[in-house]
Design a protein. Structure first.
Length: 41
């Protein structure tokens, strides 16, 4: 099942980011507004 995940605006000068750490494993439940990933800029 595909689910869209929206990334909030990271800042005016930030044009890309890298996934630093996934906070959930495949199959884990994720609540709305719960952290799913840590991004590095």
């Amino acid at each position: 099942m595909t689910v869209e995940v929206n990334v909030p605006t990271l800042g005016e000068s930030v044009t890309e980011a890298t996934v630093g750490k996934w906070t959930k494993s495949p199959g884990d439940a994720v609540a709305m507004d719960e952290a799913l990933v840590e991004l590095e800029t």
